[in-house]
Design a binder for this molecule. Structure first.
Ligand SMILES: Cc1ncc(COP(=O)(O)O)c(C=O)c1O
Length: 361
């Protein structure tokens, strides 16, 4: 089947662009003497996770949710790092079961009550933990100042093994100005690096796609837990690159096919991709993509749950005409779909289930 015979809206994954992105990030880490720990929360697809691991130089994978870890472990993927604290009693019971079958499982921690609960649950099994450091984002993690005391207190928990630290500055990833992004991330990550040295731990993981090329300069950083780089989205394309201009180092591999379903209005046509299939941020709207390049002359506007407006240059698009759109933000868009169609040279060559979709607990 050809790509343009697919019904819409549907997610299409250009396998050659995906592989190029995977190789570029692998090569970046190899050249800096680091490892990759790809974040699977981006795409929630076991087949894509396996491809990332096969591309090489990985220290394992990351997930945001315990449910994602359970599914990946069942598929034989290991080691898995859960990058948000696991703190409800129900989840801690599940974590205990998972730790039995996945001994290399690790979880981040930022609270001593949580440490107590995990320690009790892991009696006889043991669990690797990383201290989650808050890079002044205020989401999870403990402040830089409190890390040494927290690490000292963790020593009394016999079933927890302190393996390292995590520092993920999500608030810096999309700073548009490259110089400002560079200055702030180096400052935050160097403070975390000093703590790694002070604690004498083995792992320092962190970083997202936006600061990956900068953070790898930090000698103490052991691996980067990047997510979006593999499929990319408009939010990341719109941030400034090292050489100025848009960030085109990683290219949009995953796009959405959408059709014109009404053309009765002046100036725009109505397409079948609204909020229920395409997550939308006005700062980085989806863009029409042609031959892997984002075009600036069409404009997408959100038009409710089921629809979008497409403003066009020149000729008015026909009824049923199919457009390919970049994603505003990849993670929440992918989480709305059951599958991605894998494309090579315009042909559908495979269908990958988004099997971790909806595993939000
Ligand atoms: C803890 C953590 N690490 C890594 C990532 C991956 O970031 P990105 O998709 O920007 O590469 C995220 C994304 O939100 C995250 O929350």
């Amino acid at each position: 089947m050809k790509k343009n015979q697919l019904d819409t809206p549907s997610l299409v994954l250009d396998i050659d662009i995906l592989d190029e992105n995977l190789r570029k990030m692998r090569d970046l880490t190899v050249s800096a003497g680091k490892k990759l720990r790809p974040h699977i929360k981006t795409h929630k697809c076991t087949k894509l996770a396996v491809r990332q691991l096969k591309t090489g130089n990985c220290a394992g994978v990351c997930v945001a949710k315990l449910g994602e870890a359970e599914a990946l472990a069942a598929a034989g993927i290991d080691p898995i790092l859960i990058t948000s604290p696991v703190s409800t009693p129900q989840k801690i019971r599940r974590l205990r079961e998972l730790a039995r079958s996945a001994p290399d499982l690790a979880v981040v921690i930022d609270n001593l009550d949580n440490a107590r609960m995990l320690d009790e649950a892991m009696a006889g099994i043991g669990l690797d933990v990383l201290i989650d450091i808050d890079p002044e984002m205020g989401r999870t993690g403990i402040s830089y100042e409190d890390v040494p005391e927290f690490a000292g207190a963790l020593k009394k928990f016999q079933n927890l093994r302190l393996r390292g630290i995590q520092c993920y500055a999500g608030n810096l990833q999309h700073i548009a100005d490259y110089g400002e992004r560079r200055r702030t991330t180096l400052e935050r990550m160097r403070r975390a690096a000093a703590l790694k040295n002070q604690l004498g731990v083995e792992i320092f993981t962190g970083t997202g796609t936006g600061t990956s090329d900068i953070d790898i300069e930090i000698p103490e950083l052991t691996d980067i837990q990047v997510g979006s780089y593999c499929v990319m989205d408009s939010e990341y394309t719109f941030i400034g690159s090292r050489d100025g201009g848009e960030n085109r180092f990683f290219r949009p591999a995953l796009t959405m096919l959408t059709s014109v379903i009404s053309r009765n209005q002046k100036g725009f046509v109505t397409i079948d991709a609204g909020l229920k299939s395409l997550y939308f941020t006005p700062q980085a709207p989806p863009r029409v993509v042609a031959d892997g390049v984002m075009r600036g002359d069409y404009r997408y506007e959100w038009f409710g749950d089921e629809h979008g407006k497409l403003y066009f240059p020149g000729r008015k698009p026909e009824l049923g005409e199919v457009f390919e759109l970049s994603l505003s933000h990849c993670d929440p868009t992918i989480n709305m779909h059951d599958r991605m169609y894998v494309i090579r040279s315009g042909e559908v060559i495979d269908i990958w289930p988004i099997d971790l979709r909806g595993l939000s607990q």
